[in-house]
Design a protein around this ligand. Structure first.
Ligand SMILES: O=P(O)(O)OC[C@H]1O[C@](O)(CO)[C@@H](O)[C@@H]1O
Length: 619
């Protein structure tokens, strides 16, 4: 145990202290000390073509059954004497994400309710602590100042990897030496892929420790038919949306800068997408769209410049543009360059020699890029072999190239507006350590409970899951899904002839370009570009109206009207600023029709919510 770990409560601010008192809500099935475990169908994988490869790689843990947890029948709960104490370890394997502490808290509470003699060990310093058996016994006192708090500082984190045979053997040795019944691995796609591999290895080596994964990642990219969202995504999107909307109002006030805002989230654009729905910036350059249309870097630049030019025609010289950090890898020629660099890294080519070892076309592209981007592209890679996306200033690259293109258009007489000026931001680490929203507090605490019930039920190689998250907590459905069921195998060709290559893994899910949320955003793209319908969501609400708000992308896919509700609120907010209370319905209608399209007016007028807003009720 490391006595240095623990935040000093006497230094906590008032909100921090109040948040520590928030009691997360639990769905009914988790409110007792035990649950009834119901077994469903055996699973295959979400990737039918890769199923054989997954089955071969996971001979002992592939094909396990789905499991749901329900409240035990009245009087059917086992007495505490019949529930032997359990020994569990928990490790923060992935990157910090708001709500992570509540997984540990929920696990602790469920463990002690199961049998007060049970023990929970936290591994200090993440996976490094797991490998070197460095633990902190988690007690109520230890948890006190971390309940509902951001960060992962209760235990810390290190490399998000339990993969090499040395790492796996070290983890197994720790499980054996602590005589663990269960090991809970907290993280995103990479950590949960590693959890599956560790579970398989432990079974093959007759190690009794059950391995359970918990979906915690700000990226929101661990999403599939079993997992609706990850812990931390909601909070991070809310914090970033507030910052973006502040920047939007700053932009429109001075009318002189374009703000280029890059957002964390790795390869998939979920964070940027959700933030766009919450704050309505002028442009969002989504990696998934760029990859689908195979847009080159210069095509992306021209698209932005066309937007700048269209706004200049309306005498607007400001704007806000969102860029997911993974965009750089979605641009085909940049992806190919990054792949070449990755091969050089894997072949241990020293960094200073790399540029001379690139293929001729990659070398030409590399030389075209500004020096700061060249340096960033060569940084050592992440544990999944991708570039260090958080360290690549893509927003600065785009701003730099857009400026050059606008100067060129001016010289050629194609642009006659004022000079283009930009300011760049990276909203990443600022949001990652935020106090978690009520949703993330509740979700993480529930997942902690589920993890304990999974271990008690002897499940290994599973992920704790909750379904119906868009509904109130009392309607949440608690379950466990085999990690192998979420795996797929990368392949080179598309279609039936595709040959799976590479190791099975849980891969990040991209934005669904056929989904309702995307359809809504696309439908509003030209209005967002030109009309400056900025939306101000404000800071995270912890009490009162708004404190139960969920991510728009989580709720929208299930509610036909959600997009309209969002748009209606936006229009009404805007109208409120220009129409005096008590004005006639005709004035109100005229104001609205001057601001939005006829279709939008019809949508607004026919919307059921219209009847619920008496002040602005019009027909
Ligand atoms: O803390 P680090 O190692 O800089 O990690 C940054 C990465 O972690 C994440 O925040 C979460 O996966 C990514 O969005 C980002 O690229």
């Amino acid at each position: 145990m490391n006595a240095d770990y623990g935040a000093p409560t006497e230094l906590a601010g008032p909100l921090q202290q109040r948040r520590a008192l928030y009691q997360p809500r639990l769905p009914p099935c988790l409110q007792g000390a035990t649950v009834r475990v119901e077994y469903g169908d055996a699973t295959t994988t979400i990737d039918p073509i890769g199923a054989d490869a997954v089955a071969q790689a996971f001979p002992r843990t592939y094909g396990q059954r789905l499991v749901t947890f329900v409240a035990p029948d009245a009087g059917a709960e086992k007495a505490v004497e019949e529930r032997p104490p359990i020994r569990v370890g928990v490790v923060f394997s992935g990157r910090q994400s708001p709500g992570g502490h509540n997984v540990v808290w929920g696990l602790h509470d469920a463990l002690k309710a199961h049998n007060p003699q049970s023990t929970l060990y936290g591994f200090i310093g993440g996976t490094e602590g797991l490998f070197s058996n460095k633990t902190l016994e988690i007690t109520n006192d230890v948890l006190a100042s971390y309940k509902n708090q951001g960060g992962f500082d209760l235990l810390g984190r290190s490399i998000d990897q339990i993969r090499t045979s040395k790492q796996v053997s070290a983890a197994m040795a720790t499980c054996r030496s602590l005589n663990l019944d269960g090991l809970v691995i907290v993280g995103g796609v990479t950590s949960n892929s590693d959890a599956a591999q560790l579970a398989e290895t432990l079974v093959q080596n007759n190690c009794k420790t059950k391995v359970v994964g918990v979906p915690v990642s700000l990226n929101g990219d661990l999403k599939n038919q079993f997992v609706e969202t990850t812990v931390g995504f909601d909070t991070v999107c809310k914090v970033n949306s507030q910052l973006i909307s502040n920047v939007c109002l700053d932009a429109i006030s001075a009318g002189k800068y374009y703000y280029f805002v890059r957002l964390m989230g790795r390869k998939a654009s979920h964070v940027a997408f959700e933030c766009a729905l919450q704050s309505h910036p002028n442009m969002l350059i989504m990696g998934e769209e760029v990859a689908l249309s195979k847009l080159t870097l210069m095509e992306c630049i021209n698209k932005i410049c066309d937007g700048v030019q269209a706004r200049a025609e309306l005498d607007k010289y400001h704007g806000v543009l969102l860029i997911p950090e993974g965009l750089i890898e979605s641009i085909p020629e940049m992806y190919a360059l990054i792949q070449e660099i990755s091969i050089l890294h894997n072949s241990n080519v020293p960094v200073p020699e790399m540029s001379s070892k690139l293929s001729p076309w990659a070398a030409a592209l590399f030389q075209f890029l500004p020096p700061f981007i060249r340096r960033e592209l060569l940084l050592h890679q992440e544990s999944d072999n991708s570039a260090q996306l958080s360290q690549i200033d893509t927003e600065q690259l785009l701003a730099h190239l857009v400026e050059a293109e606008m100067i060129k258009r001016t010289k050629e007489g194609r642009y006659k507006g004022k000079k283009f000026s930009s300011v760049c931001h990276f909203f990443g680490y600022q949001a990652r350590g935020s106090l978690p929203s009520n949703f993330d507090c509740d979700y993480a605490y529930a997942l902690g409970h589920i993890s304990l019930h999974m271990i008690a039920a002897g499940l290994t190689g599973y992920m704790a899951t909750v379904a119906n998250l868009k509904d109130p907590v009392h309607k949440w459905r608690c379950a466990a899904a085999p990690l192998t069921a979420m795996m797929s195998v990368k392949r080179h060709l598309r279609g039936p002839g595709a040959i799976p290559t590479g190791k099975p893994a849980i891969h990040p899910s991209p934005i669904d370009l056929k989904g309702k949320a995307y359809e809504l955003l696309r439908g509003k793209a030209s209005s967002f570009l030109l009309d400056d319908f900025y939306r101000t969501p404000g800071g995270i609400q912890f009490a009162g109206p708004g404190s139960d708000a969920k991510p728009i992308t989580l709720t929208i896919e299930d509610q036909d009207y959600m997009g309209d509700i969002e748009m209606l609120k936006l229009y009404l907010d805007k109208v409120r600023t220009i129409v005096k209370p008590g004005c006639s319905r005709d004035t109100l209608k005229a104001a609205i029709s001057s601001m939005i399209s006829v279709t939008d007016v019809l949508t607004v007028m026919s919307h059921p919510l219209n009847a619920e807003l008496p002040l602005y009720h019009f027909n």
